[in-house]
Structures are given as C-alpha cells and as structure tokens.
Ligand binder design. Structure first.
Ligand code: PMP
Length: 283
C-alpha cells in the first residue's frame, strides 16, 4: 500500500497536502533522494542518507534529523506500507515562508516521505534506444535538487523524437542520463565519467564500479567522448529505480550486436547477489 509521511503526519499520498508557500513549490528550493526497497529492506540506505546530508549542506538546509533518526523514519515508512519491493521518495524543502524572497528564511524544513510499490520487473528488461543531447542543465548536477525541469525537458524531447531517453553531452563529453549515470564497455573495460559538479554521484554507479572491480573487471572513471559511444560494445544506464539498464541503440545506431551484452549479464548477476547479501545481513 502506498503511504506518505508529511511533517509528522502519516496518510495516503493523495491526502498529503503542501502549503502554496512551501519553498519547494515556489522556488524548487529543496533536495531529495530515491531509494529502492527489496524484500522490505532499504538497499544502500547509509549511502543515500550521506548523499542527502551532502545535498542539504550544499544548499544550506539544516538537517532536521540526524542519520539514525532519518533511518528510523524511512524504516517506519516501509514497515507501515507493508511493501516488499518499493521505491521511497524523500523530499526535504527549505520550508514554508509567505514572503517571496530569494533570501533564505528562518523556517523549519518540510519533510515528505512516500513509499510506492515498485513497477520494476527484471524479467522484462530490454535494451532501450537513446539519443545524445546537449546538457543545458545548471552546472551543479552533483546536488540532488527537486527542480528537475531541465531533466524533464531533455527526456521529453528525446521521447518526442522517438527515443526512450537521452544521454547528455557537455563540451563533447558524456555527463549522465536524464535520470541515470552512464557506463560504456569496450573490450570488457568499463568506462564511466568521473565524479564532478556536472553529474549526480549515483549510488548505483558506485555499486556498479565496486562490484565490477570485485569481479576482476577494469573500471576507468574517465571522460567519455560522445564519439566513443559509437565504438562501445555495451552501454548501460544506472539508477536506483533501474539498477543496470542496457542501451541497445545510440542516435539510431546499434550498440555492439544490439542484444544485451555478456558484461551486463555478469553485472546483473553480481547486483542480484549483492541485494541478497544485504538482506541476509539485516535479517
Ligand atoms: N543522475 C541523475 C540525474 C539522476 O536523477 C539519478 C537517479 N536519481 C542518477 C544519476 C542515478 O543515481 P542513483 O544511482 O543514486 O539513483
């Protein structure tokens, strides 16, 4: 069952109401996290809380809770929802201020948590088709802010043109997807752009790198030229709600042999094992 927590109140998500003066609504003045739940357990919870704290510090929203209180709240949300496989959205905005001003008001942050059943089905994964688009977003993609208007524009432009998604290019280099990080595989070496202010430091990205290295694969966190995508044997998008998603076509051109690649299969299996290990550790 989907559930929401808004500033101390539990309800159905559709019954949770935010003030028109909430700065998340007025200015997009807030940060968020998306976390996957597998078998009732929040995967990579500590990493998500650490990134949330970093995002809040960057935009100077004082964390209303400490790490253990965040954990307790999120775990309570999952337990109340009784969902086994779900996505948690946690949004923290600066709070409610009736005066419209760019100057930060002294107010308490708004906390919204929703848990919704996951629609992710690993049995039906099929390679997607992407187009490269100029990354015209702001230059702080490393902060996970709620204002996703540019990401939405780029995704919808790609879809209007008949693609599933876009890979974003800044100054000839790959940054990330519209809601994911990008990996390219060439001769069994994994390439992914290095962490910078232009892209989100994805938690699935970190997991993928760690698992790949643990399985003896070479990983290079180095810039990827747009042209390199044409030569790649495999391309993947990674995100908490997607895990590792294969890309079958870039700009209309087939990637590798167009099918899901052997390195993807290896990583997919490693990822599933990691999830099971995490669950067993908690149980
Ligand atoms: N980049 C962007 C722009 C995203 O929205 C996301 C998904 N939240 C990611 C990367 C992947 O991050 P994560 O693996 O932490 O979900």
């Amino acid at each position: 069952m989907s559930i929401a927590y808004l500033n101390g109140q539990w309800s159905k998500p559709e019954d949770a109401k935010i003030s028109v003066f909430d700065r998340g609504f007025m200015f997009g003045d807030g940060v968020y996290e998306v976390m996957p739940v597998y078998h009732g357990h929040i995967f990579t919870l500590d990493q998500h809380i650490a990134r949330l704290k970093r995002s809040m510090a960057e935009v100077r929203i004082q964390s209303p809770l400490d790490a253990s209180a965040w954990k307790a709240l999120l775990e309570e949300a999952v337990s109340r929802s009784a969902e086994h496989n779900a996505l948690i959205y946690l949004q923290v905005t600066r709070g409610i201020a009736s005066e419209r001003s760019h100057v930060y008001p002294e107010v308490s942050p708004t906390i919204l948590v929703t848990v919704t059943p996951s629609e992710f089905d690993e049995q039906t994964i099929k390679p997607i088709s992407v187009i490269c688009k100029t990354d015209f977003r702001w230059a702080r993609g490393d902060i996970k802010v709620v204002s996703l208007i540019a990401n939405g524009m780029l995704k919808n432009q790609a879809m209007d043109e008949g693609f599933d998604d876009a890979i974003l290019i800044r100054d000839g280099l790959v940054t990330e997807g519209t809601s994911s990080n990008v990996f390219a595989v060439k001769d069994r070496v994994l390439w992914t752009p290095p962490k910078s202010e232009y892209l989100l430091h994805g938690i699935t990205r970190d997991q993928t790198i760690e698992l790949a290295r643990g399985h003896g694969l070479e990983v290079r966190e180095e810039n990827i030229q747009e042209n390199f995508l044409k030569q790649a044997d495999e391309i993947w998008l990674t995100a908490s709600g997607l895990e590792i998603l294969p890309v079958g076509k870039v700009n209309g051109q087939t990637v590798g042999n167009g099918c899901v690649g052997e390195t993807w299969y290896l990583m997919k299996k490693a990822f599933q094992e990691e999830i099971l290990k995490a669950i067993e550790k908690i149980d």
